[in-house]
Design a binder for this molecule. Structure first.
Ligand SMILES: CC(=O)N[C@H]1[C@@H](OP(=O)(O)OP(=O)(O)OC[C@H]2O[C@@H](n3ccc(=O)[nH]c3=O)[C@H](O)[C@@H]2O)O[C@H](CO)[C@@H](O)[C@@H]1O
Ligand SMILES: C=C(OP(=O)(O)O)C(=O)O
Length: 468
């Protein structure tokens, strides 16, 4: 069984570099499908399982991709399939983001209902509502969605009932190649939406207002490949800020953008953590005593749900009682049972958790129930007495580049144990402190799994838009 072993008690010190944002790079790679000419070159692409998954999805649709040294090159001139493979879509919710670009570009798509972290029911009604408003016909059955547009999608006025990140992204991408202007109201405002809009605009698209509640997308006839740098991962940055604070450490989180982390910074300051913002990162200095605070998750610019479990780990070691309210997902307290194995006292009532802080955490065998829960358990383990063994690492590998290597470089007593028998093809590559050679090994493994269509073949198989 693959596991991370942590012996708590080390005070973290030093500098940790933040990787490119998972939640920005996934829609950006999906948006590359919109380019009918030219290559896209995306820099700061983190080596994550989710990135490998979207890479396979794009390759299965006809895109040609190569990855080296955190740069992904994508050619999507020929789309050769409109069907996204079930095996890939079920693994990761963000793979559903190919629906918008495919509908916008070729007017046809067949895709299974998406998978992803088990943190709630996670419907996709708002995505579909947007596509239908733009003229797509949608049918659902046997776990699949089929959508087609007889004519090019038409710009529309769309009001989202919930400010969904994924729906905002999917609709933005579909609308980029639509006929006319789409006005998206109650849009999500996350920094990843802005990053996607910047990339779409660099590709020749016309998106205005990203980062506000109303986004205007003027459809264009053609889009082309573009060069883009992905924003730093604010959730990864926030996780290292918590890791620093929970150990009473002094850590510079290099690359972290303070504007993207305002609610996390504010809560840490309320707890008594010293935060110094600078142009190239954030310094976190913490003393041994922290004050309890209440936390309520909300869409951006509120406190991010993706930081809720890590913040709960920190509240466990602060003085007093804290109330954590999760308003974004209805089932995102699965980490509570695991924390309790480490001597935590938490009571959950619906979407509220009452955290009694100040009790000593003790090492235990725990399992990551989702991506951020895994990171939170590692944070708690850094402070706990004795040894903690964290399993369920396939979740953590979806979203953190070399978490053990990065924490070890800050002085944590942490290592990863890879067991031979669990090495399924997709999880087999050496992720921790992967040298350049391992990166190319990963890429060739992906290429072997998804053979690229060569140019000649592409010319034969190329799918024309439904209205061509
Ligand atoms: C790859 C990615 O970027 N993932 C992030 C994205 O997920 P994701 O895009 O899936 O999250 P959404 O913003 O869509 O979900 C927010 C809420 O809206 C609801 N909803 C969503 C769509 C829909 O059609 N109908 C509906 O009711 C969801 O059930 C949830 O309660 O934003 C979440 C909220 O910040 C983050 O936790 C995820 O890390
Ligand atoms: C919930 C997350 O990811 P996803 O939406 O891909 O499941 C996350 O990044 O914390």
């Amino acid at each position: 069984m693959t596991k991370i072993i942590v012996r708590g008690g080390q005070r973290l010190k030093g500098t940790v570099r933040v990787s490119g944002a998972k939640n920005a790079v996934l829609p950006i790679l999906a948006a590359s499908l919109l380019a009918t000419e030219g290559d896209s070159v995306i820099h700061d692409v983190p080596l994550l399982d989710d990135v490998m998954t979207i890479q396979k999805v794009l390759a299965s649709l006809g895109a040609q991709l190569s990855y080296n040294n955190e740069t992904m090159r994508i050619t999507a001139q020929a789309i050769t399939s409109f069907e996204a493979p079930y095996e890939l879509i079920r693994k990761m919710r963000a793979s559903f983001l190919v629906m918008g670009p495919l509908l916008g570009r070729i007017g046809k798509v067949r895709i299974s209902l998406p998978g992803g972290c088990a943190i709630g029911t996670r419907p996709i009604d708002q995505h579909l509502k947007g596509f239908e408003a733009m003229g797509a016909e949608i049918t659902l059955g046997h776990g699949f969605i089929e959508a087609s547009a007889k004519n090019r999608l038409k710009g529309a006025k769309i009001y989202l009932d919930v400010a969904s990140v994924g729906a905002t992204e999917n609709i933005m991408m579909a609308a980029a190649l639509a006929d006319g202007t789409t006005i998206l109201e109650n849009a999500a405002k996350e920094p990843e939406i802005v990053d996607l809009a910047n990339y779409i605009n660099a590709m020749g698209g016309k998106v205005r207002g990203a980062g506000t509640g109303v986004i205007r997308i003027e459809g264009v006839d053609h889009m082309y490949g573009a060069v883009h740098n992905v924003i730093p991962d604010r959730v990864e940055a926030g996780t290292y800020m918590i890791a620093a604070a929970i150990t009473g450490g002094d850590v510079f989180v290099e690359g972290a953008i303070a504007d993207h982390l305002t609610p996390v910074i504010s809560k840490l300051q309320e707890m008594g953590v010293e935060i110094t913002e600078s142009d190239n990162g954030i310094r976190v200095q913490a003393g041994p005593v922290l004050k309890s605070v209440d936390v309520k998750t909300l869409p951006h610019p509120g406190f991010p749900t993706d930081m809720q479990s890590q913040m709960m780990a920190l509240l466990l070691v602060s003085e007093g009682t804290s109330v954590v309210t999760e308003t974004v997902f209805e089932n995102r307290f699965m980490h509570v049972d695991e924390f309790q194995k480490m001597n935590a006292q938490i009571k959950v009532d619906g979407r509220t958790a009452i955290v009694s802080g100040g009790l000593p955490l003790t090492g235990a065998k725990v399992c990551a129930t989702d991506l951020r829960a895994g990171a939170a358990l590692i944070c708690a383990a850094l402070r706990a007495d004795g040894e903690t063994e964290v399993t369920g690492l396939h979740h953590v590998d979806r979203g953190y580049v070399d978490i053990t290597g990065k924490l070890a470089s800050l002085g944590a007593d942490i290592y990863r144990v890879e067991m031979e028998e669990e090495h399924a093809p997709e999880a087999s590559f050496a992720r921790e402190a992967a040298p350049a050679v391992a990166v190319s090994a990963v890429v060739s493994e992906v290429e072997a799994a998804v053979p690229f269509k060569r140019e000649k073949e592409v010319a034969v198989l190329k799918i024309q838009p439904t209205w061509a």
